[in-house]
Design a protein around this ligand. Structure first.
Ligand SMILES: Cc1ncc(COP(=O)(O)O)c(C=O)c1O
Length: 490
């Protein structure tokens, strides 16, 4: 069926377990399509024989449904020409509003867990791809050493075809796993054998895999409030019961997690640079969190998404490096250290999970593209990675200082927080009744990209504010952006 009607009618689903007669179900399906404007006056229906075979019913059933619609005046027949939607239905506006994702999933009878997830997902619009004030999540791609990258890429594309074009190792390219192990040892204090490192399609992929491995419906997950939106959605997909745990100047408040859900199964944390508040998890809290996980027989995801970009001296040890009981699953990404379209990240598994992870990766997954992995491995081995990180650390530090020089312009309305790592921070409104969305909209109308803090929250915070990314904008854009914000706040 190639007609417009054909495409639309193929969306009709007949449920043989329902009490309604099949002809009634088909009649109601057709009627809904016409009344909602999916087909309008003059649209031709396929022949009943075609309709019947498309929907999977007998021709008599299709004739029954069509006759009923004709008798109600919704369809009309023209001798020798076929059956059409009645002209009285002309001009009927098509109902444009798409059903919400959850409603659509329900109508399609997708799995119960998908319907639930679609209703609960935190909104995550298209992630940023354009360098401008004040996007978050995007590194300063303008500073990326593209010439070296292009040289290494070209070299790999000319290399042995079996290696770069055949199926890759499902655990990840061994050379890349070795290079990551060396990097983690040198920079993040993590001594790990490469066979515990698994290459994934970005951190988000790791969160989904870990959720699927660990969580049963209703399992409790400690989640920083405010916290990372992508990770939150991964846990929701798995039917987790998210426990909003407060975050203060020392990071996640372990006592609060224990008060709400001592029997948690998983905790998700961003210790090096809390997403989005920017605080660093204190050493005593790190130890308390590991202890709580041990007591609950739980695991902890350490999302070290931008921990390489610290501004001061050596940062606190990673959770993974002080985890003596195999509780921490460390997740790293190349989205910040290199660039996000690579879609490459890695997880470092605790010993206890190794065999299960290997079984899943080798039996059900086929790994991620090989040649970008080979390019990254060379990029690390030849020292470009370490140099790039050093350069970008200085870059983000400088951008952060510039942001703060101009933050004085906002002081009477907003306190921009000092960050000690990464390329975003938050600004808190002095007035706690201020509407974040209104401010974000006004800023957007003036050409600035900002996010309200509320988007990151499972339960509302008392403080209101915005998340400010300073990584990608030029110095003059940061300055102008702060002036624009000051004008809006005034
Ligand atoms: C907290 C956090 N973790 C990880 C990532 C990176 O995710 P991915 O590696 O899937 O690009 C992001 C992206 O912005 C993030 O905000």
């Amino acid at each position: 069926m190639k007609t417009k009607a054909g495409a639309i009618l193929s969306s009709i689903r007949i449920d043989r377990s329902q009490d309604h007669k099949i002809s009634i179900q088909l009649y109601m399906g057709l009627r809904d399509i016409i009344l909602s404007g999916g087909l309008t006056g003059g649209d031709r229906l396929p022949a009943t024989r075609t309709l019947a075979s498309e929907v999977g019913v007998s021709r008599t059933t299709a004739l029954d449904a069509v006759s009923r619609l004709i008798s109600e005046g919704l369809l009309e027949t023209r001798i020798g020409a076929g059956t059409f939607v009645s002209h009285t239905m002309s001009g009927r506006a098509r109902i444009e509003a798409e059903p919400a994702a959850g409603e659509q999933a329900r109508q399609l009878r997708l799995s119960r867990s998908t319907v639930r997830a679609c209703n609960l997902f935190a909104e995550r619009k298209r992630l940023p791809y354009k360098s401008q004030a004040f996007v978050t999540a995007l590194p300063a791609v303008g500073n990326f050493p593209m010439a070296q990258w292009a040289r290494l890429s070209a070299r790999h594309l000319r290399s042995d075809r079996d290696t770069i074009m055949g199926y890759g190792d499902p655990f990840g390219l061994p050379r890349l796993r070795e290079a990551i192990a060396a990097h983690l040892n040198a920079s993040r204090g993590i001594q790990v054998n490469p066979d515990k490192i698994f290459i994934v399609g970005g951190a988000q992929h790791a969160f989904s895999l870990i959720s699927a491995m660990l969580l049963n419906h209703g399992d409790k997950v400690w989640f920083e409030n405010p916290g990372a939106i992508g990770a939150r959605n991964a846990f929701i997909s798995q039917g987790a019961d998210l426990v909003p745990v407060a975050v203060d100047d020392e990071g996640i408040v372990v006592e609060d997690g224990l008060a709400q859900a001592p029997d948690f199964r998983l905790a998700f944390v961003t210790p090096s640079h809390q997403q989005p508040l920017g605080t660093v998890l204190s050493l005593s809290r790190r130890l308390a969190l590991l202890d709580a996980a041990d007591r609950a027989d739980a695991f902890v995801i350490e999302d070290d998404y931008d921990g390489d970009f610290y501004f001061g001296h050596q940062p606190l040890p990673t959770l993974r490096s002080i985890d003596t009981n195999g509780r921490v699953i460390y997740v790293g990404t190349f989205s910040k250290t290199l660039f996000p379209s690579l879609r490459l990240g890695f997880l470092v598994a605790p010993d206890s999970m190794l065999e299960a992870i290997k079984a899943i990766f080798s039996s059900a997954l086929s790994g991620v593209p090989t040649w970008p992995q080979a390019v990254v491995a060379d990029f690390i081995d030849e020292g470009h990675f370490a140099t790039h990180i050093r350069t970008m650390r200085q870059h983000y530090k400088r951008q952060h200082e510039i942001l703060h020089e101009h933050a004085k312009l906002l002081e009477s309305h907003m306190q921009v927080q000092r960050a000690s790592a990464g390329f975003h921070t938050v600004g808190f409104f002095n007035d706690r009744t201020r509407d974040e969305a209104l401010f974000v909209k006004a800023a957007s109308d003036a050409g600035l990209t900002l996010s309200g803090l509320g988007r990151y929250c499972l339960t509302p915070l008392e403080k209101k504010g915005i998340v400010i990314g300073y990584g990608t904008a030029s110095i003059s854009e940061i300055k102008q952006g702060m002036e624009v914000m000051a004008r809006i706040l005034d």
